[in-house]
Design a binder for this molecule. Structure first.
Ligand SMILES: Nc1ncnc2c1ncn2[C@@H]1O[C@H](COP(=O)(O)OP(=O)(O)O)[C@@H](O)[C@H]1O
Ligand SMILES: [Mg+2]
Length: 304
């Protein structure tokens, strides 16, 4: 039985049905590191529900914190809110794998793909919050890439321009990396939008140029975390293609909604990945189990 299967069974035991529910809840996980990643010590991470609002596109790079906060994104200026604590717990094993002893044996450990089985589980929400959380560490640089090129939403959420972006870079010889990277007012955070819509986007994502880009990001900038906001795994092949490029995968699972067999199908598609961290998103907070800002539930962390 895989670690994810054990995690899922544990969720069932604890009454966390992976069936229909409509509320937004939390992800859960305990802190962990690479020395402490057995199923029994799996992370338990929580992310609380936020109101949804439509963002506004802007060509400037100054982040509008009141707006972002209203959308549910963490404000790194705040300290010790529950949300901040939740994303600290999610990022800890990822950062440890990228830069710590855990990085040994993981190819491209600083590249992280945030994906899920189906749309709407919280990939973009998780990818942005993780990026903000990591960028807030003094010495950390984060590059957030919108690789959900069919349904891009990072730029819209953050209020940044949407073109040129990844697809334009992959398609054109004239567009350079610095043409597509957007520096933001959050120190340490740069964003690459998805770019224009393209009928051959799948081929572009699996092209040599993409392979060269990820190599460059991994080896030339090993001090930087690169987070890819991915398409869903079960909708098309793009997420699987992207998963082959990265050292770590965050599998977002919408708690009480995504069916277990659907999650298992995704897990199988990620079988070749070195590290998979599962995050239960939108989990219902258990107030009794709540302690120092942690909700109750769990994710998993596996180092194969
Ligand atoms: N933990 C959460 N709490 C509240 N709302 C959330 C949470 N995670 C995601 N959402 C909301 O759910 C919706 C879908 O999330 P999104 O990240 O866009 O999904 P995906 O990228 O997987 O399609 C968005 O409106 C988002 O704001
Ligand atoms: Mg998305």
């Amino acid at each position: 039985m895989s670690i994810i299967e054990k995690a899922l069974n544990k969720a069932k035991d604890e009454g966390q049905k992976l069936n229909n529910a409509s509320d937004f809840y939390n992800e859960t996980g305990e802190s962990t590191d690479t020395k402490n990643n057995s199923p029994d010590n799996a992370p338990v991470i929580t992310v609380s529900a936020k109101q949804e609002q439509r963002p506004v596109n802007k060509d400037i790079v100054v982040l509008d914190w009141p707006r972002l906060t209203s959308l549910g994104f963490i404000n790194p200026e705040d300290s010790n809110t529950q949300d901040i604590e939740e994303y600290r717990n999610i990022k800890r094993p990822l950062v440890s794998n990228a830069f710590g002893k855990g990085s040994e044996g993981i190819t491209r450990a600083n590249l992280i793909l945030v994906t899920s089985s189906v749309p709407g589980e919280g990939k973009t929400f998780t990818a942005i919050n993780l990026a903000l959380s990591i960028a807030n560490e003094l010495d950390k640089q984060v590059l957030l890439i919108d690789a959900d090129v069919a349904r891009p939403s990072v730029s819209k959420a953050l209020g940044l321009r949407s073109e040129p972006g990844l697809i334009d870079y992959l398609e054109s010889r004239d567009i350079t990396f610095s043409d597509i990277a957007i520096k933001t007012s959050q120190p340490g955070l740069q964003v690459i939008p998805a770019g224009k819509s393209h009928k051959h986007s799948t081929e572009l994502l699996s092209s040599n140029k993409m392979a060269l880009l990820v190599d460059e990001l991994s080896y030339r900038y090993p001090d930087r975390i690169v987070i890819f906001d991915s398409p869903p795994l079960l909708a098309a092949t793009q997420a699987e293609i992207l998963a082959k490029f990265v050292g770590q995968v965050v599998l977002v699972i919408e708690a009480e909604k995504t069916l277990q067999n659907v999650v298992m199908e995704s897990v199988e598609k990620l079988a070749a990945c070195d590290v998979v961290l599962a995050v239960f998103n939108k989990t219902k907070r258990n107030m009794e189990a709540d302690y120092y800002g942690y909700g109750y539930g769990y994710g998993h962390y596996a180092n194969k």
